[in-house]
Unconditional design. Structure first.
Length: 93
């Protein structure tokens, strides 16, 4: 994963925003747990949508903090990650 970089003109660190789609998520408390970590979470017909934005290191920490079952899903391509353009100047997480 890319490390946070400084914008040479403004001195601000770059942000990272990702969209995750988790299919086959089961278990009580998964969605509240993701929300508590600071991510946006929504149930859809395709699966559970998760979005998170912040400094690259913070987003990586968010991904590492997801429950073990989700990491297994991610390793088996059950959790699909898509980069998105950032929406906030200060970051989300």
């Amino acid at each position: 994963m890319p490390k946070s970089t400084l914008n040479s003109q403004s001195g601000e660190q770059s942000l990272r925003r990702i969209h995750l789609l988790a299919r086959g998520v089961q278990g009580v408390g998964f969605r509240p747990y993701v929300y508590q970590l600071g991510g946006f979470v929504l149930n859809t017909g395709e699966g559970v949508v998760i979005e998170v934005e912040g400094l690259p290191s913070t987003v990586e920490q968010f991904l590492e903090a997801l429950p073990q079952d989700t990491r297994i899903l991610r390793a088996r391509a059950g959790l699909h990650e898509t980069p998105l353009p950032c929406e906030t100047a200060g970051g989300g997480v």
